[in-house]
Every structure is written in structure tokens, then in C-alpha cells.
Design a protein around this ligand. Structure first.
Ligand code: HSE
Length: 404
């Protein structure tokens, strides 16, 4: 089975390494040898044996009928979208780790794959090496999914873990994460939550079978989280995690990416460093948790190669994936119900009383540095904002959602 690889960066070179290291077992599982025939990259690699497979023109791959599977590890929408479409229309299966592409065009590319009786597979686009796309698509199919909540970004989880364990600032640990190669080229994609947003959009679309537009998902990153917030979290027996979530609430579905305070007893609280985990609640199977390395060369490449094996095994058969192009109307973010942890500066005598008057009963938290800190009851986001507005004369140092 001849494969072409698009992109010889971190993940692309990992794909070559995985196929070469495990060629025997991969051949057994795929039922045939898997051979990389071409690697498309703008660059040449004169000191790497891969150089003899390097091509610079995508059409060489597209027009070669021997190539039945194309694996992409370039990232970004252009030219990946055109490449994916062209390959599927030519009857080649397309495997990708590119979450931007899948979040934006997944429904359409799945439809094109179905029409041409090939496969569009994207296990590596969410959670790196963690199997989650295939379980949602092929294993948990007897359930209605009520919730998916995940730590979906390794860089931010690494940063939050170090801030908590070592009392360091956000900026300091971000630099280290970049040096370790975890962060995206543009750190905003990680720290502002955009990467997690695309990943939860993909998972929600698969869970609910209709398209969840990533632009409709309210997204907040971790740039405002401070060392002091970490101290409060510890006092409350909680940790702060960047969570991507989609849940049924009342008769609607809502999705969100934001930092959340979660109790140390929650299974996601124990997920540290660059690890990711995805918690799924089905109405029959109940709670499931998928855990592993959500970023990095070989874990991500392992998922790409697993998709190549699946595409080889299913030659001539489309693996049905339910993700319609019809868009889900998500619950308006103002109507989502949630509790908040709030820190106010300079607690004057009487501030506690005012807070209780405005918010109703709150849970006061033992405060640092003369602040006033509390957790609200669960209320609609819009009611929380209105109530906080009534305290506009007081400086709000932090407001972080609390996972129930
Ligand atoms: N920058 C991403 C992360 C890479 O840190 O999780 C994997 O998508």
C-alpha cells in the first residue's frame, strides 16, 4: 500500500519513524506492507535519507494512481483543504492531524469521502496519541452522549501544572513550554484557547452528529490566571484546568472553552503536565475517561499511522461517520448556568454584606492580602454579569468558573 506524506515537520517525520520502527507489526495489522512513496515539503533534506522521497509538486502525488492513502501533517487551512478535497475526489483516502481543517471542513470532507467510497480519518487531530475519535465513532455508538469535557491542550496544561507546583508566573512557564516544543508557532493558539476550541468543536460534532461551528463556542484562555489564583485553588481543595466542554443542559447543547476550578476528586484534576484527558458521559455506559499524551512527535504520529492502517484495512469501504453539515444552534452563552469564584480587591468592612445582598447566599473563601473571595451559587451567565456590574466600584481581581 503506497502512502504519500504531506509535510516533513515534527509530526511528519514522526510518521516516517513510526512506520519504519514498527513496520512488521504494522504490516500484520494492515494486512499488507505500508510504504511511503513520496514526502511533499517545500524544503530539501540533504542529510536525511528521506530526501530521495521528497517532492515539491503536489500534482506528482495526486496523479500517481499507485498512491492510495495521503497523510497530511502540515496544519492550517491552505493548501490543506484543497489537497484533501483533490485527493478524496481522486479516490485516495486522506488522513490528517490538522484540527483547523477538520473543525472547519470536516463535515464536507466526510461527505466527499463517502461519495467516492474512500475514507477521511483524523484521529490525531484531537488529543494527539489518545484514541478518542474512533471510540466516539465506533465504540460508544449505543449511547446518547450527555457530556464531553476535556483537557485538550498539552501546552496550557503544562503551564498550569508548573504554575501550581512551582509557584511560577504564566509568562515564565510559557517560555519553557515553547522551548520544549509543546506550544504552537503562535502561542495565542494555545494560551487563548483557540486550539482547544477547535478540538471540542470536532468532538461535539461527532457526539451530536451535526456540525458545531467553532466560531460559536465561547472561548477564554489562561492568560489571566495568576499565581495567587493557584493559592486560592489549593485552599479550596481544587485545581485550575483549561477545559473544553460540551454538555446537554435543559433541552439544548452548550459548548465552551475556559479555565475552570475543579475539585481534586474530579478525574480530570489528576491530569498533569503535557498530558491530555477526555471525560465522556454516556446515558448508558456512564463515565469514561481517555488519557494520554496530547502532543508531541511520536504520540501524534502514532495516531496518524493508526489511521493509515485503518484506511488500508478498509480499502473499498467507507467507514460511516455521522457528522452532518447542518449546524447545531448552541444554547446562547448568556443562558448557560454556572457557578463562579470571584476575588475582589480591598475588602472594606461591609463588602461581604453587599456581596450577599447582590448575589444571594455565597460561599465565602478565606482570603489573601485583605481581599474578599467567594463562590456564587449556580446561575445564568447573564445574571452573574448583571450582579457583578452592581459592584463596578470594586476592582475584580479574578473570576473563574467552578465545575459542579
Ligand atoms: N499545541 C498543541 C497542544 C499541540 O499543546 O496540545 C497538539 O495539538
Amino acid at each position: 500500500m503506497k502512502v504519500a506524506l504531506l509535510g516533513y515537520g515534527t509530526v511528519g517525520s514522526g510518521v516516517v519513524e513510526v512506520i519504519r520502527s514498527n513496520s512488521e507489526s504494522i504490516e500484520k495489522r494492515a494486512g499488507k506492507p505500508i510504504e511511503i512513496k513520496y514526502v511533499l515539503d517545500l524544503r530539501d533534506f540533504p542529510n536525511d535519507p528521506i530526501n530521495e522521497l521528497i517532492v515539491h509538486d503536489f500534482n506528482v502525488i495526486l496523479e500517481d494512481e499507485e498512491v492510495e492513502i495521503v497523510a497530511e501533517a502540515m496544519g492550517g487551512i491552505n493548501p490543506a483543504y484543497n489537497f484533501a478535497k483533490a485527493c478524496l475526489e481522486k479516490g485516495k483516502s486522506y488522513v490528517t492531524s490538522n484540527k483547523e481543517l477538520v473543525a472547519l471542513h470536516g463535515a464536507e470532507l466526510l461527505e466527499i469521502a463517502r461519495i467516492h467510497n474512500v475514507n477521511f480519518l483524523f484521529e490525531a487531530s484531537v488529543g494527539g496519541g489518545i484514541p478518542i475519535i474512533r471510540p466516539l465513532n465506533q465504540s460508544i455508538t449505543a449511547d446518547e452522549i450527555n457530556e464531553i469535557t476535556g483537557i485538550l491542550n498539552g501546552t496550557t496544561n503544562y503551564i498550569l501544572t508548573k504554575m501550581k507546583d512551582e509557584g511560577r508566573t504564566f509568562e515564565d512557564v510559557l517560555k519553557e513550554a515553547q522551548e520544549l516544543g509543546y506550544a504552537e508557532k503562535n502561542p495565542a493558539a494555545d494560551v487563548e484557547g483557540y486550539d482547544a476550541c477547535r478540538k471540542i468543536a470536532i468532538l461535539s460534532s461527532l457526539a451530536f452528529g451535526e456540525h458545531v461551528n467553532f466560531e460559536d463556542i465561547p472561548t477564554e484562555g489562561i492568560t489571566k490566571i495568576t499565581k495567587e489564583d493557584m493559592v486560592y485553588a489549593e485552599k479550596m481543595n481544587c485545581v485550575i484546568k483549561l477545559l473544553g466542554t460540551c454538555q446537554r443542559q435543559d433541552d439544548n447543547v452548550f459548548a465552551r472553552v475556559s479555565p475552570m476550578l475543579i475539585s481534586k476528586s474530579h478525574p480530570l484534576a489528576m491530569v498533569n503536565d503535557v498530558f491530555n484527558a477526555i471525560f465522556v458521559k454516556g446515558n448508558m455506559v456512564d463515565d469514561l475517561m481517555f488519557y494520554g499524551k496530547g502532543a508531541g512527535k511520536l504520540p501524534t504520529a502514532s495516531a496518524v499511522v493508526a489511521d493509515i492502517v485503518d484506511a488500508a484495512k478498509h480499502k473499498g469501504t467507507n467507514i460511516m461517520t455521522i457528522w452532518n453539515r447542518e449546524k447545531i444552534d448552541l444554547k446562547a452563552k448568556e443562558d448557560v448556568r454556572v457557578a463562579y469564584f470571584v476575588r475582589l480587591e480591598n475588602a472594606d468592612a461591609g463588602l461581604g454584606e453587599r456581596v450577599n445582598e447582590i448575589f444571594g447566599e455565597v460561599k465565602q473563601v478565606e482570603a489573601l492580602n485583605g481581599e474578599y473571595a467567594f463562590v456564587t451559587r449556580v446561575m445564568k451567565e447573564k445574571h452573574f454579569s448583571e450582579k457583578l456590574e452592581a459592584l463596578s466600584d470594586v476592582k475584580v481581581l479574578s473570576k473563574i468558573r467552578v465545575q459542579e
